[in-house]
Design a protein around this ligand. Structure first.
Ligand code: B16
Ligand code: MG
Length: 220
């Protein structure tokens, strides 16, 4: 019988409010370099997806074609701006409300924890936020080759902490991430709107709503 032995957390948009800076950097790139704009609805498609795939989705959206070298330049420019926002605006205060308290509850209950993020900047952010000690493993975009909705990032997390996928609960804010969790045969609690994260087992709007009882209700 399945039980909950581990929680795997996406990072951007789940643990910390960095998703807005990814959006600001992509929007700045499309407006200043590519000559069009993207809105928040389109941005839902970019959440949880690797940087290179985001470039492809944006170009496809605008009907533009670029060489591999040009795509790499676009990705590098977006990352430069993202890192500028992170350096000037992100502090431990950007960890979402209730996150640290819930991580402490998990630790006291003997439930293992991991981060499963598509971001190559995850190690830098984890360091800047001072949250490394709360996790048994961190899987980031440098350690995987297949973007969400491929389950690789979460399966690697489960493997590193030695827990079967069916005993893991993933917390995700992105449609692609919810699909990745389901493709990994894991439970998934959406962080955000149930209208967007339609395949999540259930959704919360904040970790202040979470408790051990609420976590266990994912098995029902
Ligand atoms: P980077 P997550 C994802 O992080 C973000 O949701 C997504 O917006 C971003 O494009 C992706 O990381 C790649 O990030 O450019 O920093 O490598 O939500 O999986 O923690
Ligand atoms: Mg995310």
């Amino acid at each position: 019988m399945a039980e909950i032995k581990a929680c795997i957390f996406d990072m951007d948009g789940v643990l910390v409010s960095t998703e807005i800076y990814h959006f600001k950097a992509w929007k700045r790139l499309t407006e200043t370099v590519l000559g069009f704009s993207i809105d928040e609805k389109f941005n839902e498609n970019l959440k949880g997806v690797s940087r290179a795939v985001c470039v492809d989705l944006i170009l496809q959206h605008a009907g533009l074609q670029k060489t591999p070298e040009e795509k790499a330049e676009l990705a590098a420019q977006k990352n430069k701006w993202f890192l500028e926002y992170v350096q000037t605006e992100i502090t431990p205060a950007n960890v979402y409300p209730g996150v640290i308290e819930f991580l402490n509850v998990l630790k006291q209950s003997g439930i293992k924890t991991a981060i499963g993020s598509a971001s190559k900047n995850a190690p830098l952010l984890v360091e800047k936020l001072g949250i490394k000690q709360y996790f048994d493993a961190v899987v980031d975009g440098n350690m995987i080759t297949k973007a969400k909705p491929n389950p690789e990032v979460f399966l690697k997390g489960a493997e590193l902490i030695g827990v079967s996928p069916c005993d893991c609960v993933v917390f995700e804010d992105a449609k692609s991430g919810v699909e990745a969790a389901k493709n990994a045969n894991m439970h998934c609690i959406g962080v955000g709107s149930p209208a967007v994260l339609t395949n999540a087992d259930f959704c919360i709007s904040s970790f202040t709503e979470m408790s051990l009882e609420r976590l266990k209700s994912v098995l029902i």
